[in-house]
Design a binder for this molecule. Sequence first.
Ligand SMILES: [Zn+2]
Length: 140
Amino acid sequence: MAGECIFCKIAAGEVPAEKIYEDDSLIAFLDISPISPGHTLIIPKRHYSRLDECPEEVIGDLASKLGLIAGAVAQAGDYAGYNIFCNTGRAAGQVVDHVHFHIVGRHPGDKVFDRWPSGRYEEGRMEEMAGKIRKTLSGP
Ligand SMILES: [Zn+2]
């Protein structure tokens, strides 16, 4: 619900936020519960719950500023690197149902994302998954 959405209220200036960037279509501000100092959220000003519900031009606007803003966060925090991610759905840790990208500055050995449970496909499973995804995308 856009009317109750905290990020819509931030975008409208009705709720204060530590803004670091704003243009016609998006706003970037610091997360109040940072993983690391400078942890930034970039949101479209219009309300969309999920990334896959966002029009391409909105995603394009957001994506076009990720590098610029991430570079500034990295420089401000003297970070050696950063992660950019978009949690979508409760299963993925999305808490606010308004599309947002996180930018998190990283230092070597900070153990922020220590767990990366990569695995291996069983025989034929990778091709099966690729086929399903291609079908949805109407790809090759
Ligand atoms: Zn919203």
